[in-house]
Design a protein around this ligand. Structure first.
Ligand SMILES: C[S@@+](CC[C@H](N)C(=O)[O-])C[C@H]1O[C@@H](n2cnc3c(N)ncnc32)[C@H](O)[C@@H]1O
Length: 242
């Protein structure tokens, strides 16, 4: 990784005259207050499992060092309250799992679930996932990427905030190893169509719609979608080798 990285927190960047820099972000800045049980989980576990925001854009930051071991890396983007993270990580003790989530109450909740599940192989980071993939992950190094129920941004004027775009797909292809898998799920039909169109058009990927991934636990956002009769779409794409 280069010595001098661009600052890691796009929502905290300011112009020279002190105004907030306007950028298209894939997340909205939600409340940061913890419930008492989230606070308890945070206090008990953050030192062990949360990578501090301001560590990652310092020269010499080494992601693998934070896991304390070399192991194949899986990243989850938008882990929410961590239901999928904890269950999937506990079932993959031989992998390092990095969960990227900017909503800190969700991170705190996840810490409690990781503890219950005994998932020692997870690190959490509250920094923008696009920045993190670009700057913290070596090319062709990632085994899997999971994006389950990314924010759907349903209004047309907000579609530009959706995570899965052609340029993001290019970035993902550059970071996954050949043969590495990108698993996605959404309950939003036109976002599913957009994902399929974008990923089918990406020459580095092959794949498409798959049966519900049996390992994937039902999450809060999946429950919300099912409650209003939305069709859940699972996708899996693999990076072509050679
Ligand atoms: C709709 S929620 C889904 C959460 C969870 N995967 C689930 O299924 O319940 C999407 C989450 O992605 C997070 N998110 C969106 N864009 C992000 C980004 N660029 N970096 C990190 N987290 C992001 C949001 O904060 C939000 O918690």
């Amino acid at each position: 990784m280069p010595d001098a990285l661009p600052p890691a927190r796009p929502h905290l960047q300011f112009t020279d005259d002190g105004r907030r820099l306007r950028q298209v972000l894939t997340y909205s800045r939600r409340g940061s207050r913890f419930t008492p049980s989230q606070q308890e989980s945070w206090d008990a576990h953050h030192e062990k499992w949360v990578i501090e925001d301001d560590a990652v854009d310092q020269a010499g930051f080494d992601l693998m060092e934070r896991f304390g071991r070399d192991a194949p890396l899986i990243i989850e983007i938008g882990s929410g309250i961590g239901e999928a993270t904890a269950a999937l990580a506990a079932a993959r003790p031989d992998h390092n799992i990095l969960a990227l989530e900017v909503w800190m109450p969700g991170v705190a909740h996840t810490l409690g679930l990781l503890h219950q599940a005994g998932a020692e192989n997870v690190r959490m980071l509250g920094v923008d996932a696009i920045w993190s993939l670009e700057n913290l992950v070596e090319p062709a190094s990632l085994s899997e990427l999971w994006t389950f129920f990314p924010d759907p941004w349903p209004k047309t004027k907000h579609h530009k905030r959706r995570l899965v775009t052609a340029s993001f797909a290019q970035l993902v292809v550059s970071r996954l190893r050949p043969g590495g898998t990108w698993r996605l799920a959404t309950d939003w039909a036109d976002y599913a169509d957009q994902m399929i169109a974008v990923l089918d058009a990406e020459p580095g990927l092959t794949g498409g719609r798959v049966e519900r991934w049996a390992d994937r636990p039902v999450t809060k956002f999946e429950r919300k979608g099912v409650a209003v009769d939305r069709d859940i779409v699972d996708l899996a794409y693999v990076v072509r080798s050679g």
